[in-house]
Design a protein around this ligand. Sequence first.
Ligand SMILES: Cc1ncc(COP(=O)(O)O)c(C=O)c1O
Length: 398
Amino acid sequence: MKLSKRIEGVEYSAIRKLTPYVDRAKKDGKKLYELNIGAPDIDVPDIYYDTFQKIKKGPLPYAYAQGISELREATANYYKKRNINFDADDIYITNGASEAILFTFQVIADEGDAVLTTDPFYTNYMTVFEQLGVELNVFKTDPDKGFALPEEKEIEKHITDKTVAILLSNPTNPTGALYSEGEIIRIVNLAKKYDLFIIADEVYREFVYDGNNYKSFGEVGGIEENLILIDSISKRFGACGARIGSVASKNKAFNDGINKLCNCRLAAPTIEQMAAAKLYEIDKSYFEEVNKEYQKRRDVIYEELISIPGVKVKKPKGAFYVMPKLPVDDTEKFAIWMIENFDIDGETLVFAPAKGFFKNKEEGKQMIRLAFILNTDALKKSMKILKEGIKAYVSENE
Ligand SMILES: Cc1ncc(COP(=O)(O)O)c(C=O)c1O
C-alpha cells in the first residue's frame, strides 16, 4: 500500500515537533509554562454554555450545510456594527477558521498557482498549500519595524503571472503586528491592479492595544469581488474547542464553490453553532474587558523580554503573540534543551521556535514565538525561566 504524494509533501509544524519532548517532561513531573500554542485561558462567556443546558434531548440532526441562519444572521449583525458589509447569505459557517482557509484555497487555487503572503506567516497556511500543491510566495516584514508591511512597490515585486491571491492575517499570528489603514490600502491597490483575491484572516480582529484603530478589509469599498473574509470564535471568545469559524464573500462564483464543499462535508456541529450565535450578540464591553487583560499581559511580557540581555524585540500591537530574537544559535535546539535540561524549582518554559513561520527556515533560527495566553504571574515566572535558561545555555555552549 502507498500513501499519496500529496500527504508526503506535508510537513509537521515546528510547534508540533516539540510535543513528544513536552509529553515526556510532563510524565517526569516537570511543570511547563506552555507559551508555544495560542490557546487562550480566558473563560468562554456563560451565555455559550447556557445553550447546551437548554437543549431538548432527542435526535441531533445535521445543521444546514451553509450554517444555521441564527449564526449567520448574528455574524452579519456583528459585521454591520463594525461597518463590514456582509449579509447572512454571504456567510458560510465552517469547522473553525482552519476549514474556512482550506476550503478557500480549494476553491481559488489550482496546483502550480501561487499565493502571496508575509514572511513570517501563520505556519498552517503552509500546510494547506503543501496539500494543494500551491506555491507560497512571500514578501519580508522587518522585525526592526515591528513586522510592518513593506511599501507597495516592494510587495508588487513578488506578484507573478501565477499569483491568484494575497493572504494576510491582521492582527498577525505570529508577530503581533497590526496593519494601519495605509498598509491595508497597499494590498487593496495591488489586488485591484492585478485582479487578485484578498484573503483577510481576521480571527484576531478584537485584540488591538493602546487604543489603536482597527481597519478591516471588510470596511473598504470597491473590492467586493476580491475580498474573502475569514473569521472564528476560537480566539475571540476563548472557544478554540467549539470549532466554529466562517468564510464570507460577495463574490457569487466563489460562494458557489464554497457551498459545494460545505455540502460535501455535510455540516458544522449543530449545538455549537446555536451557542456561537449567542456569542456574536455579546456587547462591545466584553471585548474591552478582555483587551485590558491581554494588554496587561502584553506589557508584562514585553517589559520582561527587554530586560533580558541580548534579546531584541518590538512591542506587539495586536493579537497575543510576540516574536523576539534571542542570543542563541538555533531556537529549536534551545527549545528542546529547555524542556529536557533546564528548570527552576521543577518548572520550565515551552515556546515555539520561529523557523516554522518563515519560508526560508534559516531566517527564523534565532527567533521564537511566545503566546501571552497565561496570567501575568505565570508570564513573569516564565520570563524569569527564559532569562536564566538563556544564561545557562549560552555559557554551556561557549
Ligand atoms: C491566523 C490564524 N488563522 C486561523 C487560525 C485557526 O483558527 P481556528 O481555531 O478557528 O481553526 C489560527 C489559529 O491559531 C490563526 O492563528
